[in-house]
Design a protein around this ligand. Structure first.
Ligand SMILES: NC(=O)c1ccc[n+]([C@@H]2O[C@H](COP(=O)([O-])OP(=O)(O)OC[C@H]3O[C@@H](n4cnc5c(N)ncnc54)[C@H](O)[C@@H]3O)[C@@H](O)[C@H]2O)c1
Length: 441
């Protein structure tokens, strides 16, 4: 059992703190956001993450998990301090490290004895060393630095942490790496020890590689549409090759969320700062930036124009099982649809409160999928929520003014949409036409 402080209780810090508490450690989670800490203290979870609320409440009740805004108290309590604050994209694309440095300085000023300080946030190579330098300028107490990047996915974060595939540990001293390795023992995970710099690079390289797979299959999808191939068959066919693997090969409207967009931009910035070519990463970013708009052309193609049309947007969050709206396609697409004259009825089971902060347009929000589609001229699927994938197609057909579905996530088979009489346009697959009169402008 160890005593831990986790600085920053967002998606990563809260999950990390809860999971470390759940395996028996004493954890204090600290945040500068007083409202967030107040809610957490009362067992109210400020984000949506399946299973998280139960885990937080259980560990609070069993006395292993506490919340505070008092960083000094958390630091003095802990042997190991995790930094899990945000590293958002700055206007030039680089990672904004101001939260990291602010947290590091506060930690240094609060230390009264030896500490292990772990950076869990995604940070550019060299950050661990500069944080080490900064801390040593503000304390005389000894400490070691560790880079232990996070690989969890929102929506399955608890499982990703409790059954983590690997832990990457890059430490300034082997004894600190031993402690962090031992901390991970209950997770029964593969531990891979590296230098601090390599651990930092592994996180960016992993995200950039996954983003590359997505942009790659989207480019193939666009080619499939022009050549008559079906991208679902193509991705299954190439994914059967174990050298390629089947994951992250689902064609759609591209990646969004809090990590891939900012981490690919940050990597591009690191390349340019280091004088290294970033041709591949540039292409990945460019392909992704265009991909989300392909559904607009598809809508325009079938409806003629969007002025006065009612569009049901199904899904607002950047992916299912989260309320995270950061870089969600809906944030770009809804204002564009509104600007082209469409009225929007937006459905999401979880993310509406969050979406209101991100989407300035005056639109109708509902958590009732069938209310969203009633009387609309087309459905636009942006998030592959289970509720969307399992919707009653017969009921959908009967409620819509025109049975037109433009699907940015390839939720349905062409056969079933054809059988139900829809005009169905998806990504990288043939358009299914029904007997329906569409394109009437
Ligand atoms: N969200 C993900 O899926 C994910 C996955 C892997 C890695 N990461 C990385 O983890 C890091 C955190 O991401 P997140 O999504 O949890 O961010 P987030 O924005 O949800 O949370 C960050 C939290 O840090 C707090 N904070 C900022 N400065 C602070 C300070 N000085 N002291 C205490 N708290 C402070 C903020 O109030 C906020 O609650 C980022 O570097 C991100 O790239 C995120």
């Amino acid at each position: 059992m160890r005593r831990l402080a986790v600085i920053g209780t967002g998606y990563v810090g809260l999950v990390t703190g809860s999971c470390f508490a759940d395996i028996g450690n004493q954890v204090i989670c600290c945040d500068i956001d007083e409202t967030k800490i107040q809610k957490l203290t009362q067992g109210i979870i400020p984000i949506y993450e399946p299973g998280l609320q139960e885990m937080v409440i259980r560990n609070q009740q069993e006395g292993r998990l506490q919340f505070t805004t008092n960083l000094a108290e958390a630091v003095q309590f802990a042997e190991i301090i995790y930094i899990a604050v945000g590293t958002p994209m700055s206007p030039h694309g680089e990672a904004d490290l101001s939260y990291i440095y602010a947290a590091a300085k506060s930690i240094a000023e609060s230390m009264q004895e030896y500490k292990i300080i772990v950076i869990k946030s995604t940070v550019p190579v060299g950050t661990g060393r500069s944080v080490q330098q900064l801390i040593s300028e503000h304390t005389t107490h000894p400490f070691d630095m560790v880079s232990n990047p996070e690989f969890l996915r929102e929506g399955s974060a608890i499982a990703d942490c409790m059954k983590m595939e690997r832990a990457v540990i890059g430490a300034t001293h082997p004894s600190a790496a031993d402690v962090i390795e031992e901390l991970h023992a209950p997770f029964r995970t593969l531990v891979y020890r590296t230098s601090v710099e390599s651990a930092e690079m592994i996180k960016y390289a992993a995200n950039a590689f996954l983003a590359t797979k997505i942009s790659f299959i989207n480019e193939i999808a666009n080619l499939c549409e022009e050549t008559g191939a079906n991208v679902s068959e193509v991705s299954t066919g190439i994914g059967l090759d174990s050298r390629i693997g089947s994951q992250f090969l689902q064609a759609g409207i591209g990646y969004g969320g809090s990590c891939f967009p900012k981490d690919t931009e940050a990597l591009r910035f690191i390349c340019s700062k280091s004088g290294v070519s970033s041709r591949l990463i540039n292409a990945v970013i460019e392909t992704n930036a265009k991909q989300r708009y392909v559904v607009l052309n598809k809508l325009q193609h079938v409806l003629g124009h969007l002025q006065g049309k009612t569009i049901a947007v199904l899904g607002l969050a950047f992916k299912p099982n989260t309320d995270d709206m950061r870089y969600a396609p809906s944030v770009d697409l809804i204002p564009e649809l509104v600007q082209r004259g469409a009225a929007i009825k937006a459905y999401d089971p979880i993310a509406i409160d969050e979406a209101r902060k991100w989407i300035p347009s005056d639109i109708l929000y509902t958590t009732d999928l069938y209310e969203a589609v009633e009387g609309c001229d087309a459905c636009l699927i942006l998030t592959d929520w289970e509720q969307v994938k399992s919707m009653d197609l017969e009921r959908l057909h009967s409620l819509m003014r025109q049975a037109v579905v433009v699907d940015g996530r390839n939720c349905f088979s062409l056969e079933e949409m054809k059988a139900h009489g829809f005009y169905y346009s998806s990504i990288g697959r043939a358009v299914v036409h029904s007997q329906l009169e569409v394109g009437i402008g």
